[in-house]
Ligand binder design. Sequence first.
Ligand SMILES: [Zn+2]
Length: 145
Amino acid sequence: MTHPMIEVLHLPVSHIEALREAAAAAYPDECCGLLVGEGAAALTVTEVIPVLNVAETPERAFAIDPQKQFDVLRATRGTDRRVIGHYHSHPNGHAIPSARDLAMAHDPAAVWVVVGITAGGVSEMRAFVCPAGAPAFVEVPIDAG
Ligand SMILES: [Zn+2]
């Protein structure tokens, strides 16, 4: 199975707001969750699903609750909805994937949305993919459509 290069991520304002709220609610820990959507080169997020961060050190890492991930994958199987990726927050304010994130980037089709937040609030939100064979993340423009 090949994956088309993702050119843009359509992220409706209501979902941007949900991501901002999730990051603020979890601060100073990282939040995380799944993104359900549709499309190929142009992806559209249709649903934001918050998931418990089960990392041992949630203030500097995230781990999506595997049971919840399994439940969502099962619920979307055979439908036109699918998990297109996930999101998490960085309480250091920088929406740049970390070395730890890169080590976890095994799925070339997964979109990563990273929310930078500080005590003052959300500072930035960026999207990335890590194409197969690529040594680094590639940024995908977010269109707040
Ligand atoms: Zn991260």
